[in-house]
Design a protein around this ligand. Sequence first.
Ligand code: XUL
Ligand code: MN
Length: 343
Amino acid sequence: MSGFKFSVGPWNVHEGADAFGPDIRPAIAFADKLATFRKIGFDAVQFHDDDAVPEINGLREPEIIARARDVRKMLDDNGLAAEFVAPRLWMDKRTADGGYTSNCPEDRAYAMWRSFRSIDIANELGCDKIVLWLAREGTLCAESKDTVVSIRRLVDAVNKMLAYDPKIKILIEPKPNEPIDRSFCGTMGHVMAVSAMTDDPSRVGGLLESAHAILAGLDPANEMAFALAMGKLWGVHLNDQNGMKYDQDKTFGAENLRQAFNQIRVLKDHGYGSGGEYIGLDVKAMRTQPVEISYRHLENSLNVVRLLEEKVDRFDRDIQKKLIEARDYEALEMVVLQLLLKG
Ligand code: XUL
Ligand code: MN
């Protein structure tokens, strides 16, 4: 039994295409995904704007709202909530140079249009969180953008979203690179700094994805702790990653169990979830996985979280305290390794 509530995105069950090869599994209908999500233990769904309203660019605002309302009914029918809506600002030609920080004013206006529509959709789905994964907000050519101007543009875009809806919260999901080379918002420290620059820092927080922290050469649990210390960790994307290469979105704990243990430890120790926050997963099935068993990575990740919650409960805090007092960190490390190695 977990003390957490869990969420997942429809993109986490996918057709297996990667940068070097096409789809390899048939698509699973959105309605079927919802039913299976509920069955395997999820409480909520994460959305991109066009996960909820496909072909959004070709629709007018009332139609977008009507379609989002239909999705709300599907969620209700399955006993699921919506966690957040994220504008997908990386698939359209108009975001080739970024959205909020594009050099072209028309592109920036398009990015705002998608952001406002995401807020409209969130309102229909009954959630108050907008996630900004700033996919192309950075540079491919270092000299192509003025970074100072770009950071101000980013803050300006967030301010416009805050003004559009006085109840909406913005969660920035940092990532240091991919698909962009030099990201403007690569770590949780950047996110907290951007938050502080906005018109209402109390409504701008962070979502930490494990793999993104590892790609930045940082420890995911430490990154989570940084935002927790500021009361601003409002979402997580648990997954795993084998070193600093392409974004892998592996099953949580599959590469580094101790790092995974410490993420659950920091979340549990600091009451993550008590404000309604979800343990979100952002994991992808391997390309080799047959469609009939293409939810396995989600089930495995949920199981790893639950097993690590037990390990955190069994972590002997008295011994931890004594070894800290004795400054015997070698022994403390072994206590953790034994905890993880023994059944
Ligand atoms: C990309 C990534 C995204 C965001 C949502 O690396 O993690 O899926 O989580 O837009
Ligand atoms: Mn993510």
